[in-house]
Unconditional design. Structure first.
Length: 437
């Protein structure tokens, strides 16, 4: 699967370079047809603690839509480890769904294939208008100056979750606010077979999210002003090394986390094997695994010094899930109706409450549920100290190339191989060469 993912990213690069419109379908900005007006296929991303949990959450809502419109929705929940690869394959084969969820960081890359329906003024009007949505969320849905390639569905940011009992047992009185504090506290927490911090070392997207934020803190963007890859700057190298050093040098991440790619770090946290985890909206997963809300706390992700938002103290990427429509859908009207339904005020309240995300629909945010402590941290982070990943056409290749480099470095650390500035730079040079091929 990992080789397929890389191959798919290369296919995307070729498609963009020669100007091929993916998915073999739409020839106009409207795209699609209404040959099958009573059915839709929907690829949902895995937002909950498991695929089955997502099916239980979404199926009743899809039944509501069917009752309202007469349109039956065939649901498939796709794991994050597979989703980008599946989408990229669909853009070239034409064998994709009608509607799908995408990570907002992929918007510009998928937009460049020409496979997705552009959300111009007319299409936005069909779902109630662009002004219903937070502008920052819409801005993460494609290249600046072009109609967005998708519509915001769930807005998210990263937070630091911590186990209150493990902190108390180790004599740690408060969650860390700086990375130095995290390492200091982490060494107290990492003992007796338990560890301080969880990671997903084989999850390429998660690797990018963490190292991008650290890169911002080290003054690195990973791309220059012309959108050209710049992975080997001093700041980029320092950021990746800092992340790997939590395992290799500081010994606060378990070596086994190098293999994690399917939310295992959340299971470890919920079962009391790990004291902290950096994650987006984890409450649903903790509850599903038997953890009570009073057993964990939430705080902003640490920064080098001071407080998040001061100067360039970025502590999260602008995270979120967008909803896209393939241009060659055989039910264009139904697809728009479905997007309108999923982004309606009422559905936004239901789904975002369930998943612990922030509604990108302004009116839905007035619900008291979104003032809960966890969601307040996420909202404040999005408002004051989050930065968007580069909205460049080859962003998905960036995730694959640099995410793989980080994964390989975690494997080195787990095996006891020294991780040096030179070895980090060599991996990132290889990743940059891959981008340039």
């Amino acid at each position: 699967m990992r080789h397929l993912r890389a191959a798919a990213a290369v296919t995307l690069a070729v498609s963009v370079a020669v100007g091929v419109s993916g998915c073999g379908g739409g020839t106009s900005s409207a795209g699609g047809s209404n040959e099958s007006p009573k059915t839709l296929t929907y690829w949902a991303s895995n937002q909950g603690p498991s695929i089955e949990a997502d099916k239980k959450i979404l199926t009743p809502e899809l039944k509501k839509f069917e009752k309202q419109t007469g349109i039956k929705v065939k649901l498939e929940v796709v794991p994050w480890a597979d989703l980008l690869n599946r989408i990229l394959a669909a853009t070239t084969s034409g064998q994709g769904p009608d509607v799908l969820n995408i990570g907002n960081t992929w918007s510009a890359s998928l937009q460049a294939t020409g496979a997705l329906l552009p959300w111009d003024d007319e299409n936005f009007e069909a779902i109630g208008g662009r002004d219903r949505f937070l502008e920052s969320a819409v801005a993460s849905a494609g290249k600046e100056g072009e109609p967005p390639a998708a519509v915001p569905l769930y807005s998210l940011s990263y937070a630091l979750y911590y186990n209150k009992k493990m902190f108390a047992d180790a004599g740690v009185t408060a969650p860390p606010t700086t990375w130095d504090e995290l390492v200091e506290s982490g060494k107290k927490l990492s003992k007796d077979g338990k560890w301080a911090l969880g990671a997903e070392g084989s999850n390429l997207s998660n690797n990018i999210h963490q190292t991008f934020v650290l890169g911002q803190q080290h003054g690195a963007d990973f791309f220059d002003e012309q959108g050209k890859a710049d992975f080997t700057s001093d700041g980029a190298v320092a950021a990746v090394k800092q992340y790997i050093d939590f395992m290799a040098k500081d010994k606060i991440i378990a070596p086994g986390n190098a293999e994690y790619a399917q939310n295992q770090s959340l299971t470890d946290f919920a079962k009391g094997r790990t004291a902290m985890v950096l994650w987006q909206a984890a409450a649903t997963t903790f509850a599903a695994q038997g953890m009570k809300p009073e057993e964990w706390g939430v705080a902003p992700v640490p920064v080098p010094a001071g407080a998040p938002g001061e100067g360039k103290q970025t502590n999260s990427m602008v995270a979120g899930i967008n909803m896209a429509v393939f241009k060659n859908t055989k039910n264009i009207d139904g697809a728009k109706k479905f997007v309108k339904f999923m982004t309606s005020d009422e559905e936004q309240k239901i789904l975002c409450k369930t998943y612990g995300s922030i509604p990108p629909v302004k009116a839905a945010q007035s619900d008291p549920a979104f003032a809960a402590p966890e969601l307040k941290v996420l909202r404040d982070t999005l408002a004051t100290s989050a930065a968007p990943l580069p909205q460049v056409p080859n962003e998905s290749q960036f995730e694959t190339a640099v995410g793989t480099a980080v994964k390989e470095l975690f494997a080195d650390a787990a095996a006891g191989t020294p991780v040096t500035t030179e070895s980090v730079k060599a991996r990132l040079e290889k990743a940059q060469q891959t981008m340039q091929q």
